[in-house]
Design a binder for this molecule. Structure first.
Ligand SMILES: NC(=O)c1ccc[n+]([C@@H]2O[C@H](COP(=O)([O-])OP(=O)(O)OC[C@H]3O[C@@H](n4cnc5c(N)ncnc54)[C@H](OP(=O)(O)O)[C@@H]3O)[C@@H](O)[C@H]2O)c1
Length: 353
């Protein structure tokens, strides 16, 4: 695999201003509307860090940002008519090359991972608060795919789901980006039994990352057995609320993380809303949330990666120029775990990469 980019000069730049290779999006549209280009290298703000990108990760959020769907997301601030951030990509791992005046947690030369605005590029700017040091034992590739999905899974289980040791946990959408972290984190945090809901092709994957039991959503509904769960983390998003209620223990908690399959306007958000509205009238706690991107969660995730309790499941590897194809693969549901985008040619850390 080569990470050579075939790109053409793009926006006019000052003579001698540093430029970089990137995947840009000038309008919302299908994955193919993203394209390689040469663009000005970003400049750090006071609380930001400039990272030379080794590798990036792909998640559902990146697909939403590229397509502008569901439309309600545009109202939420991603850009009304076109993407606010021209360079695509969020998950990142790389080396710090510059820091803003207000940054004390990082210095040039640090190896970091986290969430940037525009990680499908050879350089990306990130808020310092959204980065963590990459532990020496953690490979660049593993770190690159970890941040967005890892902190979402962590917050779903802990801050929102209040997981207690010994509890029975159901993870719906266990084979995807967030789900593969959720299964491993649930086990690491002491869940008594973790049941994973995944498609037939991914049953082995979810068992391999620690699920005690698998429900194949292509053959069986989640309420077909008499099992009840203390915590249901719904990432897959196709089950109606009434079915989710049926599998909750009387004092159980439902955490709706997301879900595709809704309409173009609201996506799966209707279930979240209905769950929140219904919660005061039923005994189980029904919750939904948007993950908060901050360094406390990043540092906690880094500790799980460092001690090996979480090993990111990398499903597919792509070059920078292949990002449109990678997003198309995510959209069609053929990928599992997290997809990796290799950005630089140099091996950042031969011992661990
Ligand atoms: N709340 C937040 O802050 C937050 C943060 C991140 C993501 N999200 C949302 O969470 C959702 C998942 O994100 P992701 O990155 O994990 O996506 P992903 O990698 O595409 O994974 C989607 C998962 O859904 C599963 N699935 C598909 N059809 C299903 C069905 N009928 N029943 C149960 N599961 C089914 C897939 O399983 P199989 O392939 O095995 O069928 C796969 O495991 C998205 O809607 C995303 O926008 C929310």
């Amino acid at each position: 695999m080569t990470s050579t980019l075939l790109h053409r000069p793009d926006a006019p730049t000052e003579p001698d201003a540093p430029v970089m290779a990137a995947i840009v999006q000038d309008r919302y549209g299908p994955p193919e509307s993203l394209r390689p280009a040469t663009v000005p290298r970003p400049v750090v703000g006071p609380d930001q860090v400039l990272v030379a990108v080794h590798a990036a990760g792909i998640d559902r959020g990146t697909w939403h940002l590229a397509t502008g769907r569901p439309y309600v997301a545009r109202l939420a601030g991603i850009g009304l008519r076109r993407p606010k951030n021209r360079v695509a990509g969020r998950d990142v791992a790389g080396r710090v090359v510059a820091v803003g005046d207000g940054v004390s947690r990082f210095a040039a030369g640090d190896e970091v991972f986290g969430i940037a605005e525009g990680s499908f590029a050879t350089y990306a700017v990130a808020d310092a608060d959204k980065l963590a040091l990459r532990p020496a034992a953690v490979a660049v590739e593993a770190a690159a795919v970890a941040a967005t999905s890892g902190i979402t899974a962590l917050q779903a289980l802990t801050e929102v789901g209040r997981l207690a040791p010994g509890q029975r946990v159901l993870v719906i959408g266990a084979s995807g980006g967030v789900g593969t972290f959720a299964v491993q984190l649930a086990k690491a945090l002491g869940a008594g039994r973790v049941t994973a809901v995944a498609g037939t092709a991914n049953a082995e994957l979810v068992r391999a990352i620690g699920a005690d039991e698998v429900i194949d959503h292509r053959r069986e509904h989640i309420d077909a057995r008499s099992d009840r769960y203390d915590l249901v983390v719904d990432i897959g998003g196709r089950n109606p609320l009434r079915r989710l209620l049926r599998v909750l223990a009387p004092t159980g908690t439902l955490v709706i993380v997301g879900g595709e399959g809704g309409n173009r306007v609201t996506g799966g958000a209707g279930r979240q809303l209905r769950g929140l509205l219904l919660s005061p009238f039923v005994r189980p706690r029904l919750t939904a949330f948007i993950s908060r991107e901050h360094h406390e969660s990043m540092d906690a995730l880094a500790r799980h990666l460092a001690d090996g309790s979480v090993v990111p499941a990398i499903g597919a590897r792509w070059d920078l120029a292949q990002v449109p194809a990678a997003l198309r693969a995510l959209e069609s549901g053929v990928t599992s775990g997290k997809s990796l985008v290799l950005v630089d040619d140099t091996d950042a850390d031969p011992a661990t990469a």
